[in-house]
Design a protein around this ligand. Sequence first.
Ligand SMILES: [Zn+2]
Length: 81
Amino acid sequence: MRIRYQLALGLLGLGILFQVLRSLYFIYLSMGQKNICPRCGAIYINKSKRRGLGDLLYHLFGCIPYRCTVCELRFHRPRVQ
Ligand SMILES: [Zn+2]
């Protein structure tokens, strides 16, 4: 029972870690570029509405949510000048 609990907790941790790494990867990809979607490279991205705790955390680090109008990917990146 205890082992199963730890396993579930471990999987949850891995999931969160994966999400964080994925976000960092997208931020890394979009650094130094202008308004470009990190997945498909389209230039058509719009600011997305902020929602939830996740977006608030990103906001603390100066990142805001964007959505690609081509592939619908929602990602965070530093504010575009
Ligand atoms: Zn895209």
